[in-house]
Design a protein around this ligand. Sequence first.
Ligand code: 5GP
Ligand code: MG
Ligand code: MG
Length: 185
Amino acid sequence: MSQYKPQTIQCNGETFRIYLTDNKIEERVCELGEEIAQEYKDRHPIFIGVLNGAYIFLSDLMRYVEISCEVDFLKLSSYGDEKVSSGQVTDLKDIDANIEGRHVILVEDIVDTGLSMKYLVEKLQKKKPASIATVTLLHKTEATHHDVQLDYVGFEIPTLFVLGYGLDYAQEGRNLAQIYILDED
Ligand code: 5GP
Ligand code: MG
Ligand code: MG
């Protein structure tokens, strides 16, 4: 195991400082996974991951959900390469699975304004699943002004830009094992 865990990161000319360590993330992801496993053990759920940001979280989360389940992905773009939401959601890829009558667990990396999550829940509802639960690793509580129901939340965080553990800044930083927050000083 690598012992190299930087406290600050330079990404696209900006400085980010450590916010959530890999240990803290792992502990919380494990708790969420076990909760989901309890709740869904007889329902053969299908996880739907929102690319690209949720890919690391989803893959870690699923390994703590030791029940029979499936996985599929869709892809959205809302941030472009900026640090603020564009206010528009663009569909880039739909799921392949037929989710009619299925129990869906929608997995996002982060809920900011709530626009993407609201859009996705409405889009998936049209496919007539038996139920939809929402999971997000991070929730910027004070920034959320769209009406969204979040069933499982990893961490509530302030309204600041974060990266690492799947989350990018202009496509960089997704590979970082820990989560970093923009250093405003
Ligand atoms: P929303 O639609 O809730 O405003 O924004 C959701 C999407 O914007 C997230 O799925 C994520 O892709 C992106 N996003 C929101 N806040 C951040 C952030 O602090 N850092 C990064 N890297 N992406 C963010
Ligand atoms: Mg996302
Ligand atoms: Mg992004």
